[in-house]
Design a protein around this ligand. Structure first.
Ligand code: SAJ
Length: 434
């Protein structure tokens, strides 16, 4: 099929869209295309996930099971593990994970596996888009050669682009439709076609000049966050040393109506985006003999926060005539950010490990996380009762879930160390803040 032919199928929403990877990025994307009238084939290697989706059950909080039931029963969404069906897709969007190896190097095995699956079914006229966050050059240097190994040429026989995912799990304000979508092709024609495809489901498409540029846009967005979070974590340590309240400082600074954007200190950097994405850029730059000093400094600064928090806890306990060893510490919040159950890279786990290593007796309460395993021990979220609060020598707030009653914690606790300003506005003699 020619570019014109695919363009027409996109415009008439008759194009069959394949989504490879049905996680927090792929499944909402599949639902968005299906709800706009496209036929979508969702590919995943996890047969259990596929089976559940086929029976109308969603495993992603941002896509409801009724939505899945509706698009599956309406014949708009077909979840499958049969990658042979890729040949029937006119457009294929790759939404697989891009984690880091233990060595902090990029792990592109999932992208490679997806490309190899597509490679075997690549045919003239298809549009392939990579959404997985990766270093600049991946689409052009790695993905394109894999596909051109078929003898087909990008920009002539098939089309290839990159478009960074901007899914923010749990965000009730911004979803796929109203979040501008950046797109860049390995050729201008590729970029234009990808822009047409996304233009059918999002309000605004931002086309940039190349796939490399689109890859870099995403890394700028998330490196911006990692560096600013690191900076404010260092400011917090400065403020403590200076005897001023960092939360008061930030609240006053953010009254500046221009030229300032607040970030907040905490026990460290969690999640599967912000601690990971900047390392993809750092890795690429080091391969070009360029020293990514801001990224390295931010990573070191953020990684040091769990130790800093554990040190402050020890100081507070010492002030109460106690050692960390044998002290009962009630942890409030283990998820990586408020309102989510995700504990990936959560700094709370690092703090808990440090305190356990010093002999503390930990309990925790997190309404979103029923159990965690730390150092081989399984801890279960305890009910937050006056008794459980009173029993602790210190309550340590690490994630500020909105559903927790912090004034109640302060009422019954001997001491509260609040690393998230969860108890903002409450001043009590037994409250200390980061
Ligand atoms: N954090 C701080 N201080 C801050 C902001 C965040 O310590 O001022 C910590 C959080 O507690 C968390 C980590 O940083 O542990 C990451 O938090 P995040 O707010 O960046 O949330 P994420 O990881 O879910 O990031 C996602 C990203 N979305 C995409 O990559 C598509 C990010 O670009 C979004 O800006 C972010 O959501 C968001 O704004 O919610």
């Amino acid at each position: 099929m020619s570019k014109k032919g695919l363009s027409a199928k996109i415009a008439s929403r008759k194009a069959v869209v394949g989504i490879v990877g049905l996680g927090y990025v792929g499944l909402p994307l599949a639902a968005a295309f299906a709800q706009k009238g496209f036929r979508v084939v969702g590919f995943d290697v996890d047969a259990a996930k596929v089976k559940a989706l086929a029976s109308g059950r969603s495993h992603i909080a941002d896509v409801s099971s009724p939505t899945i039931r509706e698009i599956v029963s309406g014949g708009r969404f077909a979840p499958t593990t049969q990658f042979s069906r890729l040949s029937a897709c006119d457009a294929i969007i790759i939404c697989v994970p891009t984690p880091l190896r233990k060595t902090k190097d990029p792990d592109l095995t999932f992208i490679l596996a997806a490309c190899e699956a597509i490679m075997g079914r690549l045919r003239k006229g298809q549009l392939i888009v990579l959404e997985s966050t990766t270093y600049p050059g991946t689409t052009r240097e790695m993905v394109r050669p894999v596909f051109e190994g078929s003898g087909l040429k990008a920009g002539r026989d098939f089309h290839l682009a990159f478009s960074p995912e901007r899914v923010d799990p749990g965000n009730k304000t911004y979803g796929i439709e109203n979040t501008p979508k950046v797109v860049g092709g390995v050729t201008p024609a590729c970029g234009a076609l990808a822009a047409e495809l996304y233009g059918e489901i999002v309000d605004s498409v931002i086309e940039v000049s190349s796939a490399d540029s689109a890859e870099m846009v995403k890394l700028l967005e998330n490196t911006f966050r990692a560096v600013n979070i690191a900076m404010v974590n260092e400011i917090a340590r400065m403020c403590h040393r200076l005897g001023v309240d960092v939360w008061e400082i930030i609240d006053a600074a953010k009254t500046k109506p221009f030229g300032f954007m607040p970030f907040y200190p905490g026990p460290g950097l969690g999640g599967h985006c912000i601690p990971v994405d900047p390392n993809y850029l750092a890795w690429k730059m080091k391969s070009l003999n360029f020293e990514p000093r801001f990224i390295d400094l931010a990573s070191a600064t953020n990684s040091r926060m769990p130790d800093y928090v554990a040190g402050r806890v020890a100081e507070l306990l010492n002030g109460m005539g106690k050692a960390v060893r044998a002290s009962r510490i009630l942890i409030l919040g283990v998820a990586y950010k408020p309102g989510v159950k995700d504990i990936r890279e959560s700094p709370a786990l690092d703090v808990m490990k440090l305190l356990l290593d010093q002999g503390a007796r930990l309990s925790y309460h997190d309404p979103f996380v029923p159990r965690v395993s730390i150092e081989g021990a399984v801890l279960r979220s305890a009910a937050l009762t006056p008794a459980s609060i009173k029993r602790s020598d210190l309550a340590l707030i690490l994630t500020a879930h909105a559903s927790v009653d912090y004034s109640r914690v302060l009422k019954h606790a001997k001491m509260v160390f609040d690393t998230r300003n969860a108890a903002a506005g409450i001043s009590r003699r037994n409250l200390r803040r980061l």
